[in-house]
Design a protein around this ligand. Sequence first.
Ligand code: GAR
Length: 201
Amino acid sequence: MNLAIFASGNGSNFSAIVEAIKQSKVKVKLVILVCDKPEAFVIKRAQKAKVQVILARREDFANRLDFERAIIHRLKSYSIDLIALAGFMRILSPTFVKQYRKRILNIHPSLLPAFKGAHAIKDALDYKASFTGVTVHFVDEKMDHGPVILQKQVKIRSSDTLASLEKRIHDLEHRLYPQAIKLFLAEKIKSRVKKVSVSTL
Ligand code: GAR
């Protein structure tokens, strides 16, 4: 199973997945990182982990369709089976989602459907919510939306600052994303086993 990670920023989830693969906790081949920001720290992480980087800058294309077409072309050339969005701050078009339906995962730092968007941790803190959390879900046509694979709560303490809450959320993300990929793979394996047993009867 060939995995591509899409990321735009720091890349701590990228590194958590790399580590889980290294420790054989997740049995996928991480083939490429797709990044849309040349200055993103995740590129350095990928280079260190010896993962091929595909830099796809939206500004280099006339429109979103051409931009995504170029990405899909590269995904096909690397025979990518599964895409994990890890802080990829772009909404994929319905055409893209259709091509990889039920094969694109996303991680989001809230208990979706609450606090969608780019500032979910701060939004939960500002709202004075008692709980927030982390969600890993399949991607559909809407932003931060689609069937949930794993979701876990994080309690918001009255003493929390943005930094302290971010730390607990990110720590949880780094455990949850590899687990969700593992679940995805187990489901795939299960359906393959089922098929094999039918054909051998
Ligand atoms: C993560 O907290 C992820 O949940 C969030 O971006 C961060 C990326 O961190 N994604 C979203 O908000 C998606 N709407 P990282 O670059 O250190 O992995």
